[in-house]
Design a protein around this ligand. Structure first.
Ligand code: PLP
Length: 358
């Protein structure tokens, strides 16, 4: 049976990206060797790294003065690397979910942390508004898409201090004005590639301002100076990221994918809104285009497990909600086809009809 993959991460990749990766694992461009068994310092891998960086720059319109790095450690490593490199006295954070909270916790190891605003009062079901970014902070940290709670910041904030963004789960889902950010980072495994590689876009002039000694591997400058090759980079994941970006470019780039993402999200949210048994958890204004969270209405809560089972029989994968929200979460990342959204909606409608006409 056809599977519809709504997993939150690692998550769906375009079929041709997986096919091209499989081919390169067997034989890279007919050189008679696997992409996994060649030197990262040889010309074949250097070409892959260069193309991945170039596609990043081109598709996001990254201006001069910024570097694109491919590192290990996941987005979680950036929770400590950011303050290590930037926090001298005080940092400010927008607390919009579990990942943001983890970032705050790490920053506290390095200096004073101000939580400028939080949506913790309503289980993170909205993005705070009307807060002021403190101009005496070393930087302001945001999580643009809250993978667990299904909320998203869909604009590029004006910030008086370097803006640092965890874009793990919405990078390349919409155009971004990179010039408004000091650092953009994320794990690849949501919208970009397999687990194992972390991207960092960093503006060089915000670095070198803290007085502490930074361990070599945790210093952005090390990786800038060595083109992400100070040590062995995650070669195979970098290859797959490059393939995903080629796929995105052929499709029409971030403007095009944004249109497609908006259509998928609109269809699914409309279906949830018009349902008699399901209801969304995030406030309408703050809803994510990437992770759609919904639950059973109170009077139908006992149908939770039954719907999960029903959906699974219909080929739906990964729609169980995160334990901190419950219910269901459909992750509709770039690579998820419209057809899968339609299949999920049909499944929800069929289930609803069954239950209401019993
Ligand atoms: C998944 C996720 C992370 C954690 O990423 P790792 O690469 O596993 O460390 C951090 N932030 C956000 C927004 C995420 O979705």
């Amino acid at each position: 049976m056809k599977k519809h993959n709504f997993s939150a991460g690692p998550s769906i990749l375009p079929k041709e990206v997986i096919e091209n990766t499989s081919k390169a694992v067997m034989d890279l461009n007919g050189i008679g060797l696997s992409v996994m068994e060649i030197s990262h310092r040889g010309k074949d891998f250097q070409a892959i790294m260069d193309e991945a960086v170039e596609l990043f720059r081109e598709l996001l319109g990254i201006p001069e003065g910024y570097h694109v790095l491919f590192l290990g450690g996941g987005a979680s490593m950036q929770f400590c690397m950011v303050p290590f490199n930037l926090l001298e006295k005080k940092a400010a954070y927008l607390e919009t979910g579990s990942w943001a909270k983890k970032a705050v916790k790490e920053a506290k190891n390095f200096g004073e942390v101000e939580v400028t605003a939080s949506s913790g009062d309503k289980n993170y079901n909205y993005i705070p508004k009307d807060f002021r970014i403190p101009s005496d902070a070393d930087y302001f940290h945001i999580t643009t898409n809250n993978t667990i709670f299904g909320t998203q910041i869909k604009e590029d904030y004006d910030s008086p201090v370097p803006l640092v963004a965890d874009m793990s789960s919405d990078i390349f889902s919409r155009p971004v004005d990179v010039s408004k950010y000091g650092i953009i980072y994320g794990g690849a495994q949501k919208n970009l590639g397999p687990a194992g590689v972390t991207f960092v876009i960093v503006r060089e002039d915000i670095l070198g301002k803290v007085s502490r000694t930074i361990p070599t591997m945790l210093n952005y400058k090390t990786h800038i100076d060595n083109g992400s090759m100070f040590n062995t980079p995650p070669c195979l994941p970098v290859f797959t990221v490059k393939e995903t970006l080629k796929w995105l470019k052929n499709l029409g780039g971030v403007e095009k994918i944004q249109e497609m993402n908006e259509e998928k999200a609109r269809l699914l949210y409309d279906a949830i809104e018009s349902s008699k048994i399901f209801t969304g958890t995030a406030e309408k204004e703050s809803r994510s285009m990437m992770n759609v969270c919904f639950v059973m209405k109170k009077e139908y809560e006992d149908l939770n497990d039954e719907f999960l089972k029903f959906a699974q029989q219909k080929g739906m994968v990964g729609i169980k909600g995160h334990r901190s929200v419950g219910g269901f979460r459909a992750s509709i990342y770039n690579a998820l086809p419209l057809e899968s959204v339609r299949a999920l909606i049909a499944t929800m409608n069929e289930f609803e009809d069954c239950m209401l006409n019993k």
